[in-house]
Design a protein around this ligand. Structure first.
Ligand code: BG6
Length: 506
């Protein structure tokens, strides 16, 4: 049979649409399903990216029929979808929204789920293709995975199609628990059918790091220790911990976002060019960076932990961490962390990577600033270059998506005064289409079976090897207080001052 030229994977005119399939969501009543997953599915449908045979199946301990879940899903999509609401799009989805009630330890409920999936193969033409999304507390993974194993639900051969599993973070609590979790999942699914979500990798601006570096001639030649003075990665949030005390107080900022999002950002900035953009090739390069990460010699002075106290954020009064509902009054969990990492390879030897993240900071902003060395010689009067700083390339991950290049320019007039100016790229101005939500991209990639944007088990474990020694060194220490609405504890500024540097004000 002749291949259909319109289905050429290299042809960009046609979007990639998955094969007919079902997405089973465990934990469908949770925040993630309501705010991210269900809206992302609607957005994908609205953009014409779902196959004609597509089923959403919710599983939860609720006395619901299909219609009840359909109402919940519609409300969630209407409240949180990125793209405009269209009744006809929902009408096409709504006939394919199913619900199976049950608890995770209920064999009969899982037998029912397996039967339902088999029946959908025929009735909705999905064949045996099913992705299972575990949007549930990690403690419940073992029982759910065992149920899938027992019922043969995870078995590609038995199902006659593909079976995939999507695992949300946290991937363990430390290296040992991450290993145990990886073993457990790999025991039930084949390794290439496991998709671990780090939603930062689904962000357009994060994927653009590789385009910026490897599609252009301009940046890569200066991307090393000869030209780069330091790198600052900031993930600041203005929000507090909300109603997540139960999870957050046991995790803290390092386990919550350093182990995953921030180390992934660092990896993309520091990695070598992959031999191709295949997932295995990219993973190889990312792993080399993760394994070359060097912790400060003295963790006590090379890291700073902080905890927010009450204050004001954007004009509103904010509680201190210890006053948040569910937080033990003597908690020493950090809501802020700053640290200096090194990378042991020829490209980066001697270049500090400063990372900071915190809740209840002055505003929500994530950015990566590559700060270059000063020009080796300045043929100007010192007074003329007083206002000239280091050149900087700033990748603005969110919310103002774009890239800024900061460099010196002559101030118009009769003297040779040189001052910093910026050249800005804004996504909103450069492109007509707005960036998809991270979950839109990631859910689509799971259904397509493309694992490029998903951290592999090895990456997760290598990241815990960075965080575990920090946690060990921090045990028994008390975080520095900082007032909600400020940029973190003073100790973080002092840490940079000792290196003759300052934090960039995003
Ligand atoms: C999650 C963390 O992974 O990322 C949260 O658990 C954090 O604590 C969130 O608030 C931030 O995501 P984003 O996309 O809003 O930067």
């Amino acid at each position: 049979m002749l291949a259909n030229p319109l289905r050429d994977p290299l042809d960009r005119r046609l979007p990639r649409v998955p094969e007919p399939c079902a997405l089973v969501i465990f934990g469908v009543t949770g925040d993630l399903a309501r705010k991210k997953l269900l809206p992302a599915i609607y957005d994908l449908a609205n953009r014409g990216l779902l196959p004609p045979g597509f089923v959403i199946l919710g599983f939860a301990r609720r006395d619901w029929a299909d219609g009840d879940f359909e109402i919940v899903a519609r409300e969630a999509a209407q409240a949180h979808a990125r793209t405009p609401w269209r009744d006809d799009v929902w009408a096409r989805l709504s006939g394919s929204i199913k619900f199976v009630p049950g608890s995770f330890d209920d064999d009969a409920a899982f037998d029912n789920l397996a039967r339902t999936l088999n029946a959908l193969g025929e009735s909705h033409g999905i064949g045996g293709n099913v992705a299972f999304y575990l949007s549930i507390p990690p403690a419940t993974f073992p029982v759910v995975l065992k149920q899938m194993q027992r019922t043969g639900m995870a078995d590609n051969e038995q199902s006659g199609g593909w079976r995939r599993v999507v695992v949300e973070k946290p991937f363990g609590h430390d290296l040992a628990s991450a290993r145990a979790l990886n073993e457990l999942v790999d025991d039930v699914f084949s390794a290439h059918d496991v998709f671990r979500i780090d939603h930062y990798l689904g962000k357009e601006t994060v994927q653009n790091i590789m385009a910026l570096r490897f599609a252009n001639a301009l940046f890569e030649p200066v991307w090393d220790s000869r030209y780069v003075n330091s790198v600052q990665i900031t993930m600041a949030e203005d929000g507090g911990i909300g109603n997540r005390a139960g999870f957050y107080d046991k995790a803290g900022a390092a386990r919550d976002v350093l182990q995953n999002h921030l180390l992934q950002l660092l990896t993309l900035v520091a990695m070598e060019e992959p031999t191709s953009f295949g997932s295995a090739e990219i993973r190889t390069e990312k792993l080399k960076v993760l394994r070359a990460i060097e912790l400060p010699d003295d963790i006590a002075t090379g890291t700073v932990r902080g905890q927010y106290q009450q204050g004001w954020v954007a004009g509103d009064r904010a509680l201190g961490y210890l006053e948040e509902p569910g937080v033990p009054p003597n908690s020493t969990t950090e809501t802020y962390v700053a640290l200096r990492l090194g990378i042991r390879n020829r490209r980066w030897a001697g270049v500090p990577f400063y990372i900071r993240t915190g809740k209840r900071l002055a505003r929500r902003v994530t950015e990566i600033a590559v700060i270059f060395n000063r020009a080796p010689h300045q043929p100007f009067q010192p007074a003329d270059v007083e206002l000239l700083g280091n050149n900087q390339l700033v990748i603005r991950v969110q919310p103002d998506e774009g890239v800024t290049l900061k460099f010196g320019s002559k101030v118009p007039g009769t003297t040779m005064e040189v001052r910093d100016i910026t050249m800005d790229f804004h996504y909103g101005e450069a492109f007509t289409e707005s960036s998809p939500e991270a979950y839109e991209r990631l859910v689509l990639d799971v259904l397509l079976g493309d694992s490029t944007l998903f951290p592999h088990a090895d990456e997760v474990e290598a990241s815990w090897r960075v965080v575990d020694p920090l946690e060990e060194a921090w045990a028994g220490t008390v975080p520095f207080p900082y007032r909600a609405g400020e940029w973190g504890p003073r100790a973080a500024d002092e840490m940079l001052a000792r290196d003759n540097r300052v934090w960039r004000r995003p």
